[in-house]
Ligand binder design. Sequence first.
Ligand SMILES: Nc1ncnc2c1ncn2[C@@H]1O[C@H](COP(=O)(O)OP(=O)(O)OP(=O)(O)O)[C@@H](O)[C@H]1O
Ligand SMILES: [Mg+2]
Length: 395
Amino acid sequence: MAPNIFDKKSKENVFRNRFTLMPEFVPDELPCREAEIEQLVENLSILLDPMSTVAVNLAITGLPGIGKTTLAKKTINDLEKAANANGINLKVFYINCHSFRTKTSILRRIAMDKFHIQGRGFSDEELIEMLAKRLEKENLRMVLALDEASMLSGKDILAFIHLNELFPVGEGRLSTIIICRRTEWTLMLSAPLSGRIQDQLNLEGYSRDQLATILEFRARLAFFADVISQEVMELIVEISAKTRNARHGIEIMLRSGMKANAQGSHIITPEFIRAAKTEVYPELRSDVFKDLQLKELLATLSIGRILSQSEVVSTTVNQSYERFRLVSEEYGQKPQSKATFRLCIETLEKLGIISHSVSSIDEGRGRRAKILLYDIPAQILIERVENVIKSKLNE
Ligand SMILES: Nc1ncnc2c1ncn2[C@@H]1O[C@H](COP(=O)(O)OP(=O)(O)OP(=O)(O)O)[C@@H](O)[C@H]1O
Ligand SMILES: [Mg+2]
């Protein structure tokens, strides 16, 4: 009989617990987010008061990879535990709106998971009414965390908040925590919505020192002692500091650890880190840029430069075309026409480097086409594209 391909694979050379580096892991501690935790506790503690039933609506916004999701998950988990310990009937519900993209699917999910109600066949209004009835009947408080909330419209989010109007004046049972990137939030925000948000936490990107603290903490959970030397840790922090993004460093640790493990090494060398670095954003296959024409590379660079400014999440064709003209000049190239630039944008979209989509942002504000990067930090994109442009010009 042929040997089973997994037979050999049981030994962990470097990992104490590799799960702690996976995206779904929520650490017990969130170093460098103490102030934000305190602010959330301050806002949500009222939900633990047996004497009052009110709803709280909060927003957590900021750049990618800086702990918004983790902070929200940890907060609602602890809130639920505290409620249980104090005899308060409170349930929390975390929804990633990338998975459940409409108000209807979210309502059905809550109905099914929390109340075992089959939501099919009911209108949104009927579902909202059923949920409100159950909350009242069971004397239940619920906290709904809506992550990646920009998939919904501001109007959809308001519909959840408005559920509380079905209760007597002054009473509320459904609280919300809305989580999204900051610029998306600004686009989604309307006067009626902002009027309902009690507090908004704007999380900043991490500094180099903060990343060192966070990544050392995560390395202690994941690896045996001495697997990562001080020098290698500095290298990881260095890479991560460019994007101020903790996920960046954590993914590099996971991948470099897997490489070390596969090769039977008991330490992670700088070489494993460098190899992992090029893989952390798989959308950025290292060969994808080599096939691009110079004008397409310059278009990518223009978009990258705009999106690398802090707080800028998306751009438009007009704005990026202006930048494209400047970038072309910088490299001694005659700028192409806007029509040609549009064709470049189409190509980049097909390759999965950018997303260029018309999305309904908020009914009141009309529709607009936005150019975004697919999960690739702009800084990394710039670095790589600049290298390819240099080698093309030297050919
Ligand atoms: N202060 C921290 N301490 C420990 N780990 C952290 C901290 N902040 C972030 N992380 C880790 O970094 C990774 C990214 O965090 P998270 O997913 O919460 O980011 P995010 O802000 O929600 O990003 P996105 O906008 O892309 O959804 C996760 O693995 C998380 O556990
Ligand atoms: Mg997140």
